[in-house]
Design a protein around this ligand. Structure first.
Ligand SMILES: CC(C)(COP(=O)(O)OP(=O)(O)OC[C@H]1O[C@@H](n2cnc3c(N)ncnc32)[C@H](O)[C@@H]1OP(=O)(O)O)[C@@H](O)C(=O)NCCC(=O)NCCS
Length: 184
């Protein structure tokens, strides 16, 4: 998959060299709080994840694909974004995570918007969606800031080990995204 660039960021495929940084990020309790894993996140697990991602050349139906979010000016890895494609390739789901020290600069907003651009304009998806814990306010703000529309709550749908929580759904249609971009 090609590298994606935005004003301040470079989104590039992960490599094995990202494993320790990924494990560190996922081991942070504020990162793990609303996610599908529990902290600490072992580096071996990060390596397995990267091995799985890099076994495919880019996003493919039925799979998640992670990209490292790098600050272009100093090549520092700030976090990651991920994209999943439905079996028919017409729906994408996105996710995003930053190191705690990288938050508060609109990096997640910029990276996610770039990923949606890629999904809509390069992959040609019809719709992009995201789901998050209803209490994950900073995640919801990122989604709403770039135009995702709240589509409801799926009650007690999201499991992390033996704990279940509600799942807040957000989505944007390709034509809505294109209309927003035309106004920029
Ligand atoms: C979700 C997550 C990526 C959001 O990070 P974030 O830093 O809040 O989002 P952005 O990078 O887009 O930055 C926007 C925030 O920076 C603030 N900001 C930007 N520039 C600022 C400045 N100069 N001074 C103060 N605040 C500033 C914005 O006001 C905004 O905060 P707000 O949403 O409270 O208004 C982060 O909280 C995270 O990694 N969480 C753990 C993983 C997770 O839950 N991911 C979502 C799964 S769906």
């Amino acid at each position: 998959m090609e590298t994606l660039r935005s004003e301040r960021l470079t989104l590039r495929p992960m490599t094995m060299d990202d494993a320790e940084d990924l494990a560190e990020r996922r081991s942070d309790t504020t990162t793990a709080q609303y996610q599908a894993w529990r902290a600490p996140y072992p580096v071996e697990r990060a390596r397995e994840l990267i091995e799985d991602i890099t076994s495919r050349p880019g996003p493919r139906p039925g799979h998640w694909y992670q990209l490292a979010v790098v600050r272009t000016r100093d090549d520092k890895v700030l976090g990651d974004v991920a994209i999943w494609l439905s079996e028919n390739g017409r729906t994408a789901e996105v996710g995003f995570t930053l190191h705690p020290w990288a938050r508060g600069h609109y990096y997640a907003t910029e990276a996610t918007a770039r990923l949606v651009d890629y999904a809509v304009f390069d992959l040609g998806v019809h719709r992009v969606e995201a789901s998050t814990h209803p209490h994950n306010i900073s995640s919801i703000k990122v989604l709403e800031r770039i135009g995702f529309i709240p589509e409801g709550i799926r009650r007690e749908r999201y499991w992390v080990e033996d704990e279940v929580s509600d799942d807040a759904m957000y989505g944007i249609l390709a034509r809505e995204w294109k209309a927003r971009r035309a106004q920029d």
